[in-house]
Write a protein that binds this ligand. Sequence first.
Ligand code: 3PY
Ligand code: MG
Length: 254
Amino acid sequence: LHPPLPDRLKAGPPALAAWCGLPDPSIPGVLAREAFDAVVIDMQHGAVDFAAAVRAIPLIAAAGKPAVARIPVGEFATASRLLDAGAAGVIAPMINTLEDARRFAAVMKFPPLGERSWGPHGALSLTGLQPGEYFRAGNGLSLALAMIETREALEIVDGILDVAGIDGIFIGPSDLSIGLSQGRELDPASAAVEKALDHALARARAAGKIAGVYAPSGERAFELARRGFQLVSIASDTALLRSGAQMALKAARG
Ligand code: 3PY
Ligand code: MG
């Protein structure tokens, strides 16, 4: 049983997460056994369906790691279902209005804070809590991260951070680079993105909330964690497979 993810992220040190988009649940299960602090299952761009995510969650938990899922855009009902299955947190992409943030927070938190409906079948077995205990503790156990990845979202980042039930933000540097350049470029390390990262991080810190970010490589993750991001995901399962294969083949070919 791991400590509540929001508390763990606030206390530090920065958590490094694996990022999984391949559909087989054994892949997050394998990566959870490596020295990651958390594992993200990506249902937005990944090929992971709900049944695969539900199978991955206990495999990640069995390695003593929190499972975090990214839902498809606007599929807020899926967020509660993932918490019911035992996910420790949910990342919601493209939160571009205060209404998006409020709808997301509502499905993530039980009343009176939100409107999450009761039925945490997997969460009860994974946490070992009794229903009443889980009902009282649940809002503090589950992490709600709103993705900031458009110009609109960046403009209202303070308002999003202010929504009760939103535990923090997670920055998507690729979409943000597209948005900030008005569709002219994809450059997750552009000067405009760098400035936005610092701004969003500072606003999250000022609000006493969590700041997470996606990093395409270990080197970039190191740099973003050092800058103060509390949750940094590294590359993806596919990227790690490809780079591992390339390294092995390079060595084999001499
Ligand atoms: C982005 O960079 O846009 C992301 O969503 C990270 O996966
Ligand atoms: Mg994105």
